[in-house]
Write a protein that binds this ligand. Sequence first.
Ligand code: ADP
Length: 411
Amino acid sequence: MPTASQVLVLNCGSSSLKFAVIDPKSGVEALTGIGDGLGQSEPVMSWQVQGDKHTVSLPDKASHTTVIQFLVDEILHPRPQLLHCLVAVGHRVVHGGEKFSRSVLIDGEVTDAIRDCATLAPLHNPPALLGIEAARKAFPALAQVAVFDTAFHQSMPRHAFIYALPYNLYRDHGIRRYGMHGTSHRYVTERTAELLNLPVDGVNVISAHLGNGASITAIHNGRSVDTSMGLTPLEGLVMGTRSGDVDPGILMHLGCRFDYSLKEVNDLLNRKSGLLGISELSNDCRALEKAAGDGHQGAWLALDIFSYRLAKYIAAYHAPLKQVDALVFTGGIGENSSLIRGKVLDHLEGLGFQVDPERNLQMRSGAEGTITRADSALALVIPTNEEWVIARDAANLVPGDHQNHNGGNRE
Ligand code: ADP
C-alpha cells in the first residue's frame, strides 16, 4: 500500500466512470476500476487493487453518484492506508471552451463554466459535473481539480482554429476548432521531450492519438498549433465509427436527395461510418486486420483509407512546424498496430521516413521506442497515460503543504 501522496482520478463518460488512485510522482496506480452501464439495466463495477480483481453488480440504473459512494464506502474505507494518502481528486473534463487553457482548482465559477460548455459536449460535460458534485460531497477536505481535454489546444493560432464560415458564427456562438485528446497529446509531447533530452518548450512533435476516436496534433515548441478534431470530435481522421472529414455538400445531398433528417445524418456520420462503414464488418482495428489477413476486401479498404488519411494529415502538419523532432503514434491502434504504422510510414517516404520493420513489429502491448531506421526521420511509439497527467496536475494545484486531512465522508 502507498505511503506517498496519492491522487484519485475520475473520468466520467456518458455511461461509465473510470477511477484510479495514482502516485503523481511515479505514475504507479494503487487502484484502478470502472463503473460501466450506468443509467442502464445491469450496470457493473469492477476494480483491481494490490493485484486482486473484483467485480460486483450495481442496482439497475445506478448513477455516477452511486459509483463514487461505493468507491468510498466499499473500496477506500476498508483500506485507510489508501484513503489517508489522498491529497486531491483530479477530474477529466472534456470541454473547457475558450475559458480554460490549463487545469484549475474547482470552485463555483469553474463548475458554472463547465456547465456553460455543456452545449459543446452534451454527452460528456454533464456526467463530469455529476462526478465533481459527488466527489465534493464524498471528499470535502480534498482539493478538486479539473483537467480539460481542450486546454492543450488553446495555444492554437486564430488561422488554425477559425473556420471559413461567416465570422459571426465564431464571435456570437463560439463555433471554432477546439480539439480533443489534449491530455494525451500533452503527455506524448512531454514524454518525447524527455526521451530526446530536449526541453518541453523546445520540442516539435506530430502526435497521432489513434483509438476508437482518433486525432492528430502539430506541436511547436511544446504547444499545440493545430489539431484535427474541431468543434466536435467528428472532424479529421477516419475513426472506428466516425467519418472524420467529408465534403459538407454530402450532408445537403443526403437531405435533399434522399430525405435524411439531421438526426439520421448525425447517426450516419458518428455511428455508422469510419472503419465500420467502409468495411461493412467492424469498427475494431484488430478484427479488421484479422479479416484482411483472411482476404476480406472491405477490411483492406478500410485499413487503406485510414492509413492514407492519416499520412495526409501528417504531411500537412509539417507546414506549421519548422522542423519535426518526432512523429509519435499512441492510443490503442497507434500503440499496437504495426500494420497501420507501416502503411502510414510507407506513404511518407517522400518526407524522409523509413520504417524499420523489426522495430515496428516489436512495439506493442505497452512497449515504447523507435520504429524507424537510424538514417530516417524519427517515428516513435509512446503509450499514452492521460490519468498520470491528471494526477500530476491535481497534485501540483493542491494548496499548502500537500498534507492529507481527509477522512472521506460517508454522508
Ligand atoms: P478508446 O478510444 O476507446 O480509448 P483505445 O485507445 O483502447 O480506444 O483503442 C481501441 C482500438 O485499438 C481498437 O480499434 C482496437 O482494435 C485497437 N487495438 C488494440 N490492440 C490492437 C492490436 N494488437 N492490433 C491492432 N489494433 C489494436
